[in-house]
Design a protein around this ligand. Structure first.
Ligand code: FAD
Length: 505
């Protein structure tokens, strides 16, 4: 290969490939360079309502109709049934103490279920990334993207009038030139190393590590515990979390028999991990006997992966003629599944910058927004780590997240994005600072007072009936809550009904 492109993208995860398709729709010539080969394992699997809404918005705006059905379970199953997928009706959390079997308390204080959708059809999904990413690459090629896999970049010179790249593919050298380069190669990825970019740690955030893999034969959590018959959704059809002091575990079931599972916890990263992943897993299960029971029939089907340190943040993510997608710029933690939505917000912003010819001002704004989103996410998850092991405080903290996410989603669906500026309302003049200060105090203030303040603070954006002790830790999706929140959304019950109708509800 020796050619000129408007845009080169390094990395063909879902984010790089989606941006490539959008760039084709904008009329640009696009090269993707991928060091691996699809289908391949990738971590990052669980979507959210806000992520799916952004996928929908981008698919509509850039005329990518074959991607739109992937934004909800029902349409995905109808159009792409061959692609692995998991049903995600919401978020379920079970709080564990080391050495003790989990037993449902009568008051349900050892659990939290938060529905994200009222039925399976409109539900979110877990993306089985080997299938999902391979499909996106096929689509990108169909749209005219020049795709080179199993390719190693050996040089990347950023010059005043373009980027000169060199590399090898299957032992054959190539050279290519591009007007702009997007790094979509993930944390501490291609440009981080090639340009020797520096890291900047998140403020007030613990050092954490994660270990994860795929299994078959994982037991259903709710099968063991016949207490969920009236629950707002089956707890296994969800992003299922086992939480404990200092860490948490995810369990995500796909419809092809595979389950993704892993755990993240605060770690002393000054010392190398004492044990190999298999031994760490054995010790983990020994600590939590009910999780051990759930995984007793399971079989590991690929080697363990470890991410340590798990969190990463670059000090800069744009430069003359280059930009990093959010996952290449930073990552915090999978708790609350924020990765996809941050990636999609970044794709939206970068697509607009590309459309405008990437002026310096657009890139500077892109960098400020990308890093501010990551910092807001780190405040949320840093606070969560301090209250893991304290179910009442943890639940209150999740309410900050669920209230801002559901308010943002609804405001966006109603065509009123100005009501919810910035990820997690970080740019909201009043609520942004109030939420940030509550997060900074999480786990550091007497719990009862802090929980009460959370409830007061989210009241103006609480359109999902959150923070309600009468719900006894089970939050379903109630149309009545949304209709009652019409004024908070500067809307009317009729307009909300019309929006629900448009969403197929
Ligand atoms: C443990 C963990 C769990 C997560 N769970 C969730 C979740 O449940 N929900 C959620 O929303 N987000 C989650 N995330 C975040 C999620 O993984 C990312 O949002 C998502 O993968 C970003 O996609 P991407 O395309 O930017 O990067 P990736 O999916 O990482 O793709 C990067 C691609 O670049 C290629 N590449 C790397 N280096 C080079 C190179 N030098 N040259 C060429 N190609 C290269 C790789 O082979 C890969 O194909 C999780 C992240 C982690 C670490």
């Amino acid at each position: 290969m020796s050619a000129d492109f408007d845009l080169a993208i390094v990395g063909s995860g879902f984010a790089g490939t989606l941006l490539a398709m959008i760039a084709r729709r904008l009329g640009l010539s696009v090269l993707i360079i991928e060091r691996g080969r699809h289908p391949r394992f990738a971590i990052g699997e669980s979507s959210t309502p806000l992520a799916n809404l952004w996928l929908e918005i981008l698919a509509d705006r850039y005329d990518l109709p074959r991607l739109r059905p992937l934004s909800q379970w029902g349409t995905w199953q109808a159009t792409h049934p061959h692609m692995g997928c998991g049903l995600k009706r919401g978020f379920s959390y079970f709080h564990h103490s080391p050495g003790k079997l989990w037993e449902a308390c009568d008051d349900r204080s050892d659990q939290l279920l938060v529905a994200a959708s009222p039925n399976d059809f409109v539900a979110d999904t877990h993306w089985y990334r080997p299938d999902f990413d391979a499909f996106l690459v096929e689509e990108a090629i169909r749209l005219g993207v020049d795709y080179h896999d199993e390719t190693t970049l050996t040089a990347c010179d950023i010059e005043a009038d373009g980027i000169q790249m060199a590399g090898t593919r299957h032992g054959i050298s190539f050279q290519a030139r591009a007007g702009f380069l997007v790094d979509a190669s993930g944390p501490r990825g291609y440009l981080h190393q090639a340009l020797g970019l520096s890291e900047r740690h998140y403020e007030d955030f613990p050092r954490t590590r994660a270990q994860f893999s795929h299994f078959t034969g994982v037991g259903c959590w709710a099968d063991d515990n016949r207490v969920f018959s009236d629950a707002p959704f089956p707890p296994d059809d969800a992003a299922l979390h086992h939480t404990f002091e200092g860490g948490w575990m995810w369990v995500l079931r796909f419809n092809n028999g595979v389950t993704s599972a892993g755990f993240a916890e605060v770690a002393n990263l000054d010392q190398p991990p004492i044990v190999e992943p298999a031994e760490a897993w054995r010790l983990f299960l020994e600590r939590f006997p009910s999780i051990e029971r759930q995984f007793a029939p399971a079989r590991l089907i690929r080697p363990w992966a470890r991410a340590e340190p798990l969190a990463f943040r670059t000090s800069r993510c744009v430069g003359p003629r280059w930009a990093q997608l959010p996952m290449a710029a930073g990552f915090v933690d999978p708790l609350f599944s924020t990765g996809f939505v941050l990636s999609l917000l970044g794709i939206d912003r970068l697509a607009r910058a590309l459309e405008a010819g990437c002026p310096e001002s657009a890139l500077t704004q892109y960098e400020a927004d990308t890093l501010a989103d990551l910092d807001a996410t780190a405040s949320l998850i840093g606070g969560a780590y301090r209250v893991l092991g304290k179910p009442d405080a943890f639940e209150a903290l999740t309410m900050l997240y669920f209230a801002s996410a559901s308010f943002s989603e609804t405001a966006l669906r109603l065509g009123k994005p100005h009501l919810a500026p910035g990820f997690l309302l970080r740019s909201h003049p009043r609520l942004g600072p109030a939420i940030q200060s509550l997060l900074a105090e999480a786990g550091r203030q007497p719990t009862a007072d802090w929980v009460a303040r959370v409830s007061e603070t989210v009241a103006p954006i609480n359109i999902a009936g959150l923070c309600d002790p009468k719900k006894r830790h089970w939050y379903g999706v109630e149309t009545a809550d949304l209709l009652a929140g019409a004024a908070q959304l500067e809307s009317t019950p009729e307009a909300i009904q019309a929006m629900l109708h448009k969403c197929g509800l």
